[in-house]
Design a protein around this ligand. Sequence first.
Ligand SMILES: [Zn+2]
Ligand SMILES: [Zn+2]
Length: 101
Amino acid sequence: MTTPTPAGAPGCIAASCTNPATVQWKRRTDPGHVVAVFSCDNHAISLDAAAHVHATTCAAPGPTGCTCTPEPIQPSTPAQATPPNLPPGWVTPATSPTGAA
Ligand SMILES: [Zn+2]
Ligand SMILES: [Zn+2]
């Protein structure tokens, strides 16, 4: 009994497709919950479309491709926003070399 695909490797989820998945994108199933959609090259959507979260009714991957209107990409908030104006005497330490004996 030999398994052609290693365990854990997802396959293309298109109907009657047995190719291993090479790309993936996200599809929303419930508010606040998305699932990964795996697809092979033949059924893959465009890279731009794959950057979006698709609707639960989206037919991709499939012969018709994406049939939904993907959600807009959420603007990424910078990790370090511009610091607010600090009162005099308040400084933001770049590094705190404390703890060293
Ligand atoms: Zn496929
Ligand atoms: Zn879609």
